[in-house]
Design a protein around this ligand. Structure first.
Ligand code: NAP
Length: 314
């Protein structure tokens, strides 16, 4: 089978197609014929060697974490999936494993049946950012109709799920996006939008109960200026030092920094499927063919897309 791999950390040019054998499966695994995999910023952060503490430095590495496809074979201990089922899922270890291949072996507990009304690219867009958005909402604490939430970087994959999931929580949500994303941010539920090319959100002193930065460009120290005195800063893009540092510094400050690390658990997927059934939109900005995988990464890495970028296989 064909697989996209890289043999050392670096640019998109390190990605290459190789031939390798179809993986074998354990008794609680399924072999999935991949139909689509979505691109996440962590793919290129890992590839550039920015996350070696978690990714390790063992090569070759495949890229991508969430996928959709068709079950080719199910292990002997797998009861809920069988050959021919249309599924979506995520690798167990997002930092060390990848899905950029024609076939992948995955534990069956990380694979779910694909709703028939979703395309493979849409389903492949759910696990990483959908569960991250659910995790973030849990970490926001009590949210009421007076809670003011700032979503900085609101129209990528994470923001798409977060804005729509927050809609039912009745909070007052301000979304920061580029000009192109303002309309869709409103459509996804933002009460107010800020165009980051025209207004600096840092002028909103002490305005928000919760600030979540999805752009990776706002530090906790900066965010503190626009947070209320007991505000929370949710950080899904932590540097390794942020994890211990937030625990220590939170002991001494009323404002808190909370690191968000998603784990694509089944309970979140179940809730996401209900939200999707009730109208949550999964917008796929662009689908690239497997042969155009480098263009797909180029397109995603330059930013400016709305929702998700996906690679599809025949
Ligand atoms: N911790 C976890 O478990 C977890 C899980 C998933 C994702 N993440 C991380 O969360 C972040 C968001 O994920 P994603 O998939 O949504 O990424 P994404 O699709 O790249 O979205 C990032 C958004 O930030 C916007 N942005 C860029 N510059 C900005 C600025 N100066 N001010 C405000 N917004 C700006 C982008 O808009 P334009 O493109 O229009 O400029 C884009 O909409 C990524 O860093 C990702 O690695 C963490």
């Amino acid at each position: 089978m064909k697989a996209v791999v890289y043999q050392k950390f670096g640019t998109i040019n390190e990605l290459q197609v190789i031939e390798r054998s179809i993986p074998s499966i354990g008794e609680d695994q399924v072999l999935v014929k991949v139909k689509a995999f979505s691109i996440n910023p962590m793919d290129w952060k890992i590839r550039k060697g920015e996350m070696t503490l978690m990714s390790g430095s063992k090569f070759p590495k495949q890229t991508g974490a969430d996928f959709a496809g068709v079950v080719e074979t199910a292990g002997s201990a797998v009861n809920h999936l069988k050959k021919g089922d249309e599924v979506f899922g995520v690798v167990k270890n997002m930092m060390k494993e990848g899905v950029s291949a024609e076939y992948i072996a995955v534990p069956s507990s990380f694979v779910w049946k694909k709703p028939s009304n979703l395309s493979f690219p849409q389903a492949a867009s759910i696990p990483v950012v959908g569960t991250a958005a659910m995790t973030a909402i849990e970490k926001m604490g009590t949210i009421g109709s007076h809670t003011r939430i700032l979503v900085n970087g609101a129209t990528g994959g994470f923001g798409m799920f977060l804005l729509q999931l927050l809609k039912s929580r009745k909070a007052i949500v301000t979304a920061v996006a580029s000009t192109k994303g303002l309309d869709i941010a409103r459509q996804w539920g933002a009460d107010e939008v800020i165009d980051y090319t025209k207004e600096n959100v840092m002028s909103r002193k002490a305005a928000f109960d919760v600030v979540i930065d999805l752009s990776g460009k706002m530090s906790y120290q900066a965010a503190r200026q626009i947070m209320k005195s007991k505000g929370r800063f949710l950080n899904p893009v932590p540097k390794p030092i942020d994890i211990p540092w937030s625990i220590v510094s939170n002991l001494f400050t009323a404002q808190k920094q909370i690191v968000v690390l998603s784990s694509p658990a089944g309970k979140y997927i179940k809730a996401l499927l209900v939200a999707i059934e009730n109208g949550l939109e999964i917008k796929v900005d662009k689908v690239f063919s497997f042969a155009d995988y480098k263009e797909a990464y180029q397109y995603a890495e330059q930013g400016g897309y709305i929702g998700k970028v996906v690679v599809a296989l025949d």
